[in-house]
Design a protein around this ligand. Structure first.
Ligand SMILES: *Cc1c(COP(=O)(O)O)cnc(C)c1O
Length: 230
């Protein structure tokens, strides 16, 4: 597709997503602001440029190396979100991201803390919560949150901004609502234990309206904006 057509297609998809987000937000009644993150994984730098041209300032990638390649290729000033599983040996690269959505285990937390302390900087992170208990999904189980929340206060170079979750693919509405409400409750637990934690990152192309109804502040949309990944 010529670049100009690609930009038009993405702009229309972004407009539709924004309309559906606004309607879902009104239905849900949580009153939150919702940030749209364009998930550009597997797509080239032109996807990032097209999203930015459509007014999207946040992009999500799930692999550090792929993201770094695109960071070097694009000129638009987007915020980069790391949304995928992160290997501990990649901790040194994460400072380039605006927000890590996938803090999913203690070993990673410790490695990130050490790296950020060395750099004398602070990293914003979301705790990934596995509400559904699916073995294929990473993240802390909700029961682990109280102890984790207390321990994270000791990791002074990590700033806990909230919770991220992924719902089971193609689940029924009742299951989706259960998962999203569970993530909302996990964020409340972080807040009760002294973390500011304003962020609730949940909702993908197939389930973002229900996520927004349940209080999502950040939705991560790939397929809806850029079509199916090859
Ligand atoms: C790929 C991905 C998305 C986007 O999924 P779509 O269904 O294409 O919208 C969102 N979140 C994470 C963590 C992903 O890996």
């Amino acid at each position: 597709m010529p670049i100009s057509d690609h930009v038009t297609v993405v702009r229309e998809a972004v407009a539709e997503a924004r309309e559906r987000i606004a309607a879902a937000r009104a239905r849900g009644g949580h009153g939150q602001e919702v940030t749209l993150i364009a998930v550009t994984k597997t797509h080239g730098p032109e996807a990032v440029e097209a999203a930015y041209a459509a007014g999207v300032e946040d992009v999500g990638e799930n692999r550090v190396q792929e993201a770094e390649r695109k960071m070097a290729q694009v000129t638009v000033p987007v915020r980069w979100h790391l949304i995928g599983h992160l290997q501990t040996n990649k901790a040194a690269q994460v400072h380039r991201f605006h927000l890590l959505h996938s803090l999913d285990r203690d070993r990673l937390a410790n490695a990130l803390q050490e790296e950020m302390r060395r750099r004398e900087t602070v990293l914003d992170v979301l705790v990934q919560v596995n509400v559904s208990g699916e073995a294929s999904k990473g993240g802390y189980e909700p029961a682990a949150l109280p102890a984790l929340a207390d321990r994270l206060h000791e990791l002074r170079n990590l700033r806990v901004r909230g919770v991220m979750t992924m719902a089971p693919f193609d689940a029924e509405e009742a299951t989706l609502r259960h998962v999203f409400a569970g993530a909302r409750e996990a964020r409340a637990e972080l807040q009760r234990r002294g973390h500011e934690a304003p962020v609730l990152s949940m909702g993908m192309s197939g389930d973002f309206e229900i996520a927004v109804e349940e209080g999502a502040t950040h939705v991560r949309l790939g397929t809806m904006l850029f079509g199916h990944r090859g």
